[in-house]
Design a protein around this ligand. Structure first.
Ligand code: F6P
Length: 527
């Protein structure tokens, strides 16, 4: 059977690692004046500079060979054509169909899914226009002023991140709130400022069975009924985005207000579906369609571009080089854009829930590292928090710097400072202290790698392309590692045990370990 780490290409990459381990990235530039031109590319409104990596031409060529010899071409085709690639859950993976804008059909289980997708898009259009125009009335006849999204994980992070990222593109009078944590403090803080007559709740949950979301939704419904007048009508104030129509209706949501999506959309890939309703409410349906358009264009690029010029493939391969050959454990995402402050959290779920796996698609343990720890926060704040460790600590952390070029007219000076700080950091990480000699123990060693991703402007379209880019990067890595990027059994285990513990809170019987039982008895004293 094929063993990745025994393949000729893998072995050659190991050898190249030994040969280039002491290379300096800056020497690659000195040796090749065209390096920046060769190792940068544009896709639509996104520009990627991947020249500041500890990657020689020979390494890059071998990494491309790794992709060539993998199942990438075949699995990419399988994903886009609705084959069952989520093997443990026995499902296709078709988030790309949600942003498919071509005329061709897309099949799942032998059925063209595009008519249903189109009709849900129409439903989102109608609904978002009604709410935004004030045509949608609450129980007292007033228009909606506040929208509360109740959801967690993929049912929160995507719309939450996108609504914040696209704040400049928001128009209309709606305010947005996101409640995710089961900690009552979260919903309490949001509800405190709201008027039930003018508040709309979106219960966002693929399964309609996630404990945190259901508890928050019930608390919201109770608050609504307690505080609204006698005519209170749950149906006018609660809608759902869910695959579980029956449970949503049992909750009190009108059938026509359950916005469907499908089992073949993974939670962390769902912002393109009705889970994206808050985005359409915030920036309008046209803006939502622009987001889909950006993602669709990135999909086309991913399908068509040769690996040497394929942005997600290149990012994935360089990540593999660091994880599997250089031994990096983590990957930092540092947007120099305050509007993207939720992006690191979004990408953390996307990457870690997808590629946090240690068995391959046949259930066999893998003997190589898979997904990295993904973390980060905005620059320039990060410079004054964790960058010191990145400059001079003992860890090796590749970084993605992300920024948009176009300044706000009245804040040009801020934007200039923001971008120059980012460029300075990327340069400092690579070059180290200019005068740092071997003898100076306090010099910065440099030789620390980064990518720089520039958006022409943070528009819905460019954001869509950016998110699709990372989705495909994660996919490519999963294919090369031969893991299933689309299940999450670890998370399911936690969900199951949380259910079991809460069921046993009154009884002392437990097959739980002594620590859990001991802690449970302390908890029990308070309930
Ligand atoms: O975190 C695990 C997970 O299953 C995610 O994949 C999903 O986005 C989240 O829980 C919420 O699930 P649901 O949308 O079904 O409430």
């Amino acid at each position: 059977m094929f063993q990745l780490t025994r393949s000729v290409t893998w072995r050659a990459l190991e050898r190249l690692h030994r040969e280039t381990a002491n290379d300096r990235i800056s020497d690659y530039f000195a040796a090749d004046p065209k390096r920046f031109d060769k190792m940068s590319l544009r896709v639509g409104g996104l520009f990627l500079d991947y020249s500041k990596h500890h990657v020689s031409d020979a390494v890059l060529a071998k990494l491309i060979e790794l992709a060539d010899h993998s199942a990438l071409v075949q699995r990419r085709a399988q994903m886009f054509s609705g084959d069952i690639i989520n093997v443990t859950e026995d499902r296709p993976v078709l988030h790309t169909a949600l942003r498919h804008l071509g005329d061709e059909p897309v099949y799942a289980d032998g059925k063209d899914v595009m008519p249903e997708i189109q009709s849900t898009r129409e439903q989102i259009k109608r609904f978002s226009e009604e709410v935004r125009s004030g045509e949608w009335k609450g129980y007292s006849g007033e228009r909606i002023k506040d929208v509360v999204n109740i959801g967690i994980g993929g049912s929160d992070l995507g719309p939450n991140m996108a609504c914040r990222a696209l704040l400049k593109h928001r128009h209309g009078e709606l305010n947005f709130h996101f409640v995710s944590n089961v900690d009552g403090a979260h919903i309490q803080k949001v509800l405190r400022a709201l008027d039930p007559a003018t508040t709309l709740f979106i219960v966002s949950t693929k399964t309609f069975s996630t404990q945190e979301t259901l508890l928050n939704a019930k608390t919201a419904r109770r608050w609504f009924l307690d505080n609204a007048g006698e005519d209170a009508d749950v149906g006018a104030h609660f809608i759902a985005a869910s695959t579980n129509r029956k449970a949503a209706m049992e909750f009190g949501i009108r059938e026509e207000n359950v916005f469907e999506f499908w089992a073949w959309v993974g939670g962390r890939y769902s912002m393109w579906s009705s889970i994206g309703l808050p985005i359409a409410l915030s920036i309008g349906f046209e803006g939502f369609m622009e987001l889909l358009e950006g993602a669709y264009e990135m999909d086309q690029h991913f399908i068509e571009a040769p690996f040497e010029q394929n942005m997600p493939v290149l990012m994935a391969l360089i990540g593999i080089w660091y994880i599997n050959f250089i031994g990096a454990e983590t990957h930092a995402i540092v947007p120099y854009d305050q509007a993207l402050h939720q992006l690191p959290s979004f990408l953390q779920q996307l990457d870690m829930e997808s590629n946090g796996k240690s068995v391959d698609i046949f259930g066999q343990p893998v003997n190589y590292k898979t997904g990295p720890i993904v973390w980060g926060q905005t620059g320039s704040n990060g410079q004054h928090a964790f960058f010191q460790l990145l400059h001079q600590g003992t860890r090796y952390v590749p970084i993605d710097f992300i920024a948009s070029l176009k300044p706000e007219p009245e804040f040009e000076d801020h934007h200039f400072a923001l971008l120059t700080n980012m460029l300075a950091q990327a340069n400092a990480f690579m070059e180290g202290s200019q005068d740092g000699s071997q003898l100076d123990p306090y010099s910065c060693p440099g030789n620390r790698p980064s990518s720089t991703l520039l958006l022409d402007e943070l528009t819905p379209k460019n954001l869509g392309a950016l998110i699709a880019l990372y989705e495909h990067k994660v996919f490519v890595q999963g294919v090369i590692w031969n893991i299933n990027s689309f299940d999450q059994w670890g998370v399911q285990l936690g969900k199951r045990i949380a259910g079991e513990i809460s069921e046993r809170i009154d009884t002392n019987v437990g097959d739980f370990d002594a620590s859990t039982q001991g802690l449970l008895s302390l908890v029990r004293e308070h309930f």
